[in-house]
Design a protein around this ligand. Structure first.
Ligand SMILES: [Zn+2]
Ligand SMILES: [Zn+2]
Length: 271
């Protein structure tokens, strides 16, 4: 399928891809940040009346204006994801059970970028997980966390989908740090234009390959994804808290690399 060329503010050029009008409620400060950092200086094509609502970038309840940009579908999804990712991180910082000697730190904050800058940044070798648990006694990292967000609760999912690009990202930072690593699914919903995190679940990356059912191309997109049984996840309230648990695990994970995708030797998968 081919589309007539149309303008995408985040690409900063015309693209041979479907575009749409993306509207976001933003405070003045966040609007300016997105214009400068993500939209190549392009102002919104439409600005609505000022209202009291959640800013969909800083997530604060304040005076915002609905502002619209023309974006390709890829950039639209990326921009939509900024506030959702921030909401997920904030939720974990607040809700993750942890020992007083463990501090949770954001190691890969949400940084709005243009399409070109993002392409460049994703080729960088310095990959970071979203969050790290730091042991206060020696200021060393104890464990790493990668966050995925979505509108569904784990118990309502038929399968959990993880892009192959995300799998590669996890393996890259795992090899860099060699520490216990966990993937979190955070349920984040949008109710009347308000982004609300609801609940969270986690899985140890060394467990994931046992639950990998399939690898497919995502519908309507051209990206491959791995599909997992949702029962691999455990609730956030069951996350290990003792520093000792992680200190012992650190020694073990030094010798291994998680497989993440291993459908060929999974006895539950036919063929
Ligand atoms: Zn804001
Ligand atoms: Zn674009």
């Amino acid at each position: 399928m081919s589309f007539p060329q149309s303008f995408c503010a985040r690409h900063g050029s015309r693209v041979s891809r479907e575009t749409e009008i993306k509207q976001l409620n933003l405070c003045d400060q966040c609007a300016q940040e997105l214009i400068t950092k993500a939209f190549n200086g392009n102002p919104p094509i439409k600005i609505g009346e000022e209202i009291q609502a959640q800013c969909q970038f800083c997530l604060e309840e304040k005076l915002v204006k609905p502002r619209s940009w023309q974006l390709c579908t890829i950039c639209s999804r990326v921009v939509e994801g900024y506030g959702i990712s921030k909401a997920g991180m904030k939720y974990l910082l607040k809700k993750l059970p942890r020992h007083q000697d463990i501090e949770l730190k954001i190691t890969d904050p949400v940084k709005p970028m243009s399409y070109k800058q993002h392409q460049k940044a994703s080729r960088s070798k310095k990959v970071e997980p979203d969050l790290a648990g730091i042991y206060r006694k020696n200021d060393q990292r104890l464990f790493l966390i990668e966050i995925k967000t979505g509108p569904s609760a784990i118990q309502d999912m038929k399968e959990f989908q993880l892009d192959i690009g995300d799998c590669k990202h996890i393996l890259r930072f795992f090899k860099r740090y060699k520490l216990p690593t966990y993937v979190f699914h955070i349920q984040v919903v949008k109710e009347q234009e308000t982004i609300i995190p609801k609940d969270a679940w986690w899985v140890d990356v060394f467990e994931m390959h046992k639950y990998c059912k399939d690898i497919r191309i995502r519908p309507r997109e051209y990206r491959a994804a791995a599909y997992y049984e949702p029962r691999m996840f455990r609730h956030i309230s069951e996350f290990p808290v003792e520093p000792k648990f992680f200190l012992e695990k650190v020694k073990r994970v030094k010798q291994e690399v998680p497989r993440l995708i291993a459908i060929r030797d999974n006895p539950r998968v036919k063929g």
